[in-house]
Design a protein around this ligand. Structure first.
Ligand SMILES: Cc1cc2nc3c(=O)[nH]c(=O)nc-3n(C[C@H](O)[C@H](O)[C@H](O)COP(=O)(O)OP(=O)(O)OC[C@H]3O[C@@H](n4cnc5c(N)ncnc54)[C@H](O)[C@@H]3O)c2cc1C
Length: 495
């Protein structure tokens, strides 16, 4: 699904005006559905680099190194290519090769090879450096071939009937975590205009995502005391790190128009193409309808002395302008580039005591100068790939006034004018052991009883890649912890 559409299934948040982006407000789509953002995401299956998780351990997240997490990535996964040292073939999350990548995406891979970047078949072995095609979270069995496998499709829907200890309440908005002293005892929620409460027999598990988990904690009086009081809410527990440490991948897009019509385009050729591919999709779940749009991927180093790639490229088979909210006639292609481990840190704040109001989102993009420098170097490398011979037959004209002779100041102007998120906010309920950490390595909220956070907000640092697979890995580990199983034992069982 394109992130700009369907507000029925998308919270469609906005950031506060970003000084680093000429005062523009960023757009922040988030899934409003069972499965959350995995129900509207691009389905790209990426874990990050092994050193990312080893960094987490250095930040106080004992037991979260790559070797600890790998068994949970494998446990979660049913990979179309079968099991090996890095992949599983019997988990609920369906991971597939792309059904029908467009020839232009293979040309992108070839173009990157022409720029001396190595081709890789698998980005998920702990070392992601290189260029290739993404694997995707889609079903690969004949009955559901090509269908999206969201977290709900993987874990929830298969067991929704026949589990006496599972009740799913939809169209409900959690308004507060109920507490008695420092113990979480349940959740208050609003449904159809009426307020309800559910009591927790053992614990409350908060999985509202990087924006809404800190918001709900603060609405419940758990977070920075002064901020909570300012909204007229009674403080239950002064926890200064709640909402802090927001990190996100700021993304810049280069687009070209193309005369090749074997891409996603608007107009007569695009329309006819679409009809043909809808018929193909109905027949066997293949063709362009099965595309994640972002088909090609690269993890590259802007400085060869780095220990791991510092930029990621997403090659897309259409023009992407303003999150695909602004459409262009004709055909084209795009390539996103983002800095993988940004140094800028932002925050999520409570704007209102009203639980139905949006949280205040301030990523403070480009507030750390190094983020702009890397993005400029990354944009130049991306342009070099798109200008390579292998892309010649697809290129017509570069869009938005980008040229091959731009100075750093020109690139900066373009980046500040057009860059925005590629949808990976994390870190606002950071795991760790220090004063600003929100949860401990067992994902329990510091200073509270019976309350855990299990979602992307607990990541202490953004991983070098997309965030869905890492979030599912976190949830797999949490399941073991909640059930009192020793993660190390599960790890041994899945090696
Ligand atoms: C458009 C888009 C494209 C993306 N593409 C990719 C991709 O291709 N690959 C990848 O790896 N990652 C991708 N991501 C990121 C990835 O999907 C997320 O990192 C991941 O889903 C985060 O999981 P989460 O559980 O932390 O939060 P979410 O998935 O956002 O889940 C939070 C859930 O909590 C619910 N919620 C929040 N507040 C309340 C409340 N008060 N009451 C009731 N419910 C509430 C939300 O509705 C949602 O269902 C994308 C994200 C987006 C938005």
């Amino acid at each position: 699904m394109l992130p700009g559409y369907g507000k029925i299934s998308n919270w469609a948040y906005q950031t506060i005006p970003q000084a680093g982006l000429n005062g523009r407000r960023g757009y922040q789509p988030r899934g409003k559905a069972l499965g959350g953002s995995s129900a509207i995401n691009a389905m790209l299956y990426v874990r990050g680099h092994r050193a990312d998780y080893d960094d987490w351990v250095r930040e106080g997240c004992t037991g979260w190194g790559w070797d600890d997490c790998l068994p949970y990535f494998r446990k979660a996964e049913n990979n179309e290519n079968g099991a090996d040292a890095f992949h599983g073939d019997s988990g609920p999350l369906q991971v597939s090769n792309q059904k029908s990548p467009r020839p232009i995406s293979r040309a992108f891979v070839q173009a990157a090879s022409e720029c001396q970047h190595r081709e890789v078949a698998d980005f998920n072995t702990g070392d992601n450096e290189g260029v290739g095609l993404f694997q995707v979270t889609q079903f690969h069995d004949p009955a559901r071939n090509g269908e999206r496998c969201s977290a709900a499709a993987a874990y929830l829907l298969p067991v929704r009937a026949g589990r006496p200890n599972l009740t799913i309440i939809t169209r409900a908005h959690a308004t507060r975590i109920l507490t008695e002293g420092r113990r979480a005892t349940g959740v208050a929620y609003r449904k159809g205009g009426a307020d309800h409460k559910v009591r927790a027999a053992r614990e409350v598990i908060l999985s509202g995502g990087a924006f809404n988990s800190p918001q709900l904690l603060m609405l419940s009086g758990i977070g920075p005391a002064e901020q909570i009081r300012r909204q007229g809410i009674a403080v239950v527990h002064d926890l200064p790190g709640v909402g802090q440490n927001l990190q996100d991948h700021l993304d810049f897009i280069l687009s070209y128009t193309s005369r090749d019509t074997d891409t996603f385009g608007i107009g007569l050729a695009g329309g006819l193409n679409l009809v043909r591919h809808i018929l193909r999709w109905r027949k066997d779940g293949t063709g362009m309808i099965a595309t994640p749009f972002a088909e090609g991927c690269a993890f590259l180093k802007t400085d060869l002395s780095l220990d791991r790639p510092d930029i990621q490229l997403h090659f897309v088979i259409s023009v992407v302008d303003d999150h695909a909210r602004r459409l262009h006639m004709g055909h084209g292609f795009s390539c996103h580039v983002c800095k993988l481990r940004p140094e800028s840190r932002g925050e999520v704040v409570l704007q209102s005591p009203d639980p139905m109001a949006a949280p205040g989102i301030d990523p403070r993009y480009l507030s750390a100068p190094g983020d702009l420098d890397t993005t400029i170097r990354g944009a130049r490398m991306t342009q070099a790939i798109l200008e390579s011979p292998a892309m010649a037959r697809y290129r017509h004209k570069p869009m938005y006034g980008v040229t091959t002779d731009m100075s750093d100041a020109d690139w900066e102007r373009h980046i500040r004018a057009r860059a925005d998120t590629i949808y990976h906010p994390v870190g606002t309920c950071r795991m760790g052991k220090d004063r600003m950490a929100v949860v401990d390595p067992a994902l329990k909220v510091h200073g509270m009883d019976g309350l855990r956070v299990v979602d992307a907000s607990v990541m202490p640092r953004l991983v070098s890649g997309n965030t869905n697979a890492p979030t599912i890995m976190i949830a797999e580990r949490a399941a073991d912890m909640i059930r009192g199983r020793n993660p190390a034992a599960t790890a041994a069982a899945h090696v």
